[in-house]
Design a protein around this ligand. Structure first.
Ligand code: SF4
Ligand code: SF4
Length: 361
């Protein structure tokens, strides 16, 4: 099969009767400016686990070939690089989903020789192949492109003000209007690192779409999955009732709302307090960690210095204090009343419950 961009796929991949793809490759490059934390995080997922996806245990998905250096059975080198080289030539065996981990440095600002980050060497010259080279050669052929983690999605820590690398997110590099061979925009799954199930759930949706069994994943204007990033940390936080009652922690040893010790949860799109970190456990503010906005395009600059009270948090906390103090007092009184047993529950001969059968004369 030859696609619009000239990509040739030599295997039959429309074998499921729904017009979908029967076999697909996942080419995963973590050679962006990163710590590889998103690959490590992803290995903790269990809804679904990457092992279940790769072994074909999830009904309805295409056959999947995963090429990720941490999970590769190869010893690396040319054996590992072979599917990437073929895809860059437009000759991949199957359609492929390109997963990019890490932010994209700006090679244009380097004067003379040098590079910021690379993945394999040029076969003819032996020179390092930059991440930028791979993106230029792979993204025109990719069936879909997924950015994992905040570095790949928006630039993250490497793209802070004052950084010497000119780093950026994938959409900054390719253009926010990039579309893949499948007509999909970049799918951004931010997080520092990514929440494991957030990524695997999104990847699974993309794979069901490839199989012809699901529509494209719905994304917001920052290209994040809407169903995962449509609500704020605050809306899912275990401590939100303390906020509503104007009851704030003064230090990190308190179970109360942490907005006055630096939490940005009320204005950050993230589902981690609901979902937890691993197997439903954890979730930053739930377990005492302030939200520092790691899923947001403005991270980290917009949320620094960490642990200082956000300006908006100071205002809203001040406004809610009188309401919260009053309502907390009222609730204390009501709580005392409903925390007692009614007086008619006793083992005496008289019925004192107020029962009054209306048929008695
Ligand atoms: S700890 Fe943060 S997210 Fe939780 S209720 Fe307070 S401000 Fe909201
Ligand atoms: S709660 Fe805040 S700090 Fe924690 S993962 Fe979500 S955005 Fe990042």
């Amino acid at each position: 099969m030859t696609t619009a961009s000239g990509t040739r796929h030599t295997s039959e991949h429309s074998a499921d009767g729904r017009g979908g793809i029967g076999e697909i490759d996942i080419l995963w490059i973590s050679e962006g400016m990163s710590c590889d934390g998103d690959t490590v995080s992803m290995t903790a997922a269990d809804q679904p686990a990457i092992e279940d996806v790769v072994q074909g245990l999830i009904p309805g998905l295409p056959k999947i070939n995963l090429y990720n250096k941490v999970l590769s059975p190869t010893l690396g080198g040319e054996e590992f690089l072979a599917p990437f080289r073929a895809a860059a030539r437009g000759a991949s065996r199957n359609p492929f989903i390109l997963v990019i981990e890490g932010s994209i440095p700006n090679q244009n600002i380097i004067e003379g020789d040098g590079y910021w980050t690379s993945f394999g060497n040029d076969e003819d010259t032996g020179e390092p192949l930059t991440l930028n080279w791979w993106l230029d050669h792979l993204t025109p052929h990719a069936w879909a492109v997924v950015a994992i983690g905040t570095c790949a999605t928006y630039g993250g820590i490497h793209a802070m003000a004052g950084n010497p690398t000119g780093s950026m997110g994938l959409a900054d590099y390719l253009g926010w209007d990039y579309t893949s061979q499948a007509g999909l925009p970049i799918v951004n799954v931010p997080g520092c690192p990514v929440q494991p199930e957030n990524f695997m759930e999104t990847l699974t949706w993309v794979l069901y779409h490839a199989a012809g069994a699901a529509p494209p994943p719905p994304l917001d204007d920052k290209l994040r999955p809407q169903w995962l990033f449509g609500r704020t940390v605050h809306e899912g936080c275990d401590r939100a009732a303390y906020y509503e009652q104007g009851d704030f922690a003064k230090d990190y040893n308190s179970p109360k709302c942490q907005v006055k010790v630096g939490c940005w949860g009320p204005v950050v799109n993230c589902n981690v307090p609901k979902r937890g970190w691993m197997a439903g456990i954890g979730g930053c503010p739930n377990v005492g960690g302030i939200c520092i906005g790691c899923t947001m395009p403005g991270f980290p600059d917009a949320f620094m210095p960490f642990m200082d009270e956000p300006t908006g948090g100071s205002l809203s906390a001040t406004l809610i204090r009188p309401y919260g103090a009053f309502i907390r007092r009222m609730r204390g009184i009501t709580n005392f009343a409903v925390n007692q047993e009614p007086k008619w529950r006793h083992n005496e001969p008289a019925l004192t419950s107020g029962y009054d059968p209306h048929w008695r004369s």
